[in-house]
Design a protein around this ligand. Structure first.
Ligand SMILES: [Zn+2]
Length: 237
């Protein structure tokens, strides 16, 4: 008790002599893709070089201020499976919204969105049967004269049948859709069974992100917001 109290006091005293602390970016997480941090580092280099618009275009791909527009191509799904697939995907993405307190959001659109979801009976990657996979890119375009735009795009492929031929359960679809969207949001695979970014155990699928996974995503996002605020403050000087 006493030791704890004196430590707190020491820390408070030390702070008095320091200049007002800037809000510190969170510690970087191993759950987050290195490419996400490369974008943040590029943003820091950009604003340090006076290129504020480039910095903002980079961080915007991490802070994801706008809802991600998702279109679903149901052509690979049987009519009887479609309602389950649709609601499983919606619930899986809602899980990301809930776990991040609405910091990420989705909008389902007709036609072309940022992310396209499609279905195949069987999905293989690197010669192995997988539940699904995602390909994605986060790109910053340089138009010259300090003009930049950015684009998040990707495709998620989900399988409709288990390797043994039976239909996937709703929970398996939720795990797979939530997992693949986790990649698009910026997370890496987790080795831990029980994480949505972890392997799919057909007997026990994970239907929502863990608090740990959500906070890894939110910490990268808050670093992006912090960089954006710094760039905007410097741009006004
Ligand atoms: Zn994965």
């Amino acid at each position: 008790m006493l030791l704890g109290t004196s430590l707190v006091l020491a820390a408070m005293t030390a702070q008095v002599n320091q200049p007002a602390p800037m809000p510190k970016p969170s510690v970087r997480s191993q759950l987050v893709q290195p490419k996400v941090y490369e974008l943040l580092d590029r943003a820091i280099n950009s604003y340090q070089g006076g290129n504020y618009n480039e910095a903002l275009a980079c961080v915007d791909l991490v802070s994801l201020g706008k809802p991600i527009r998702v279109s679903i191509d149901f052509s690979g799904v049987s009519p009887s499976q479609k309602p389950m697939m649709e609601s499983a995907i919606q619930d899986a993405f809602q899980g990301w919204e809930d776990a991040t307190y609405g910091q990420v959001g989705f909008e389902f659109v007709q036609g072309s969105g940022d992310i396209r979801i499609k279905f195949e009976k069987s999905v293989r990657q690197f010669g192995r049967e997988v539940a699904g996979f995602a390909v994605w890119s986060r790109q910053v375009y340089d138009w010259g004269n300090q003009q930049y735009t950015n684009r998040l795009s990707g495709t998620i492929t989900l399988r409709t049948e288990a390797p043994q031929g039976q239909n996937l359960t709703r929970e398996m679809v939720m795990h797979t859709a939530g997992h693949e969207m986790g990649h698009i949001l910026g997370l890496w695979d987790s080795p831990r069974v029980g994480d949505i970014m972890g392997p799919l155990n057909p007997a026990n699928p994970v239907t929502a992100p863990t608090a740990n996974e959500a906070s890894a995503l939110m910490s990268a996002r808050s670093e992006a917001v912090y960089i954006a605020q710094t760039a905007q403050a410097l741009a006004k000087k």
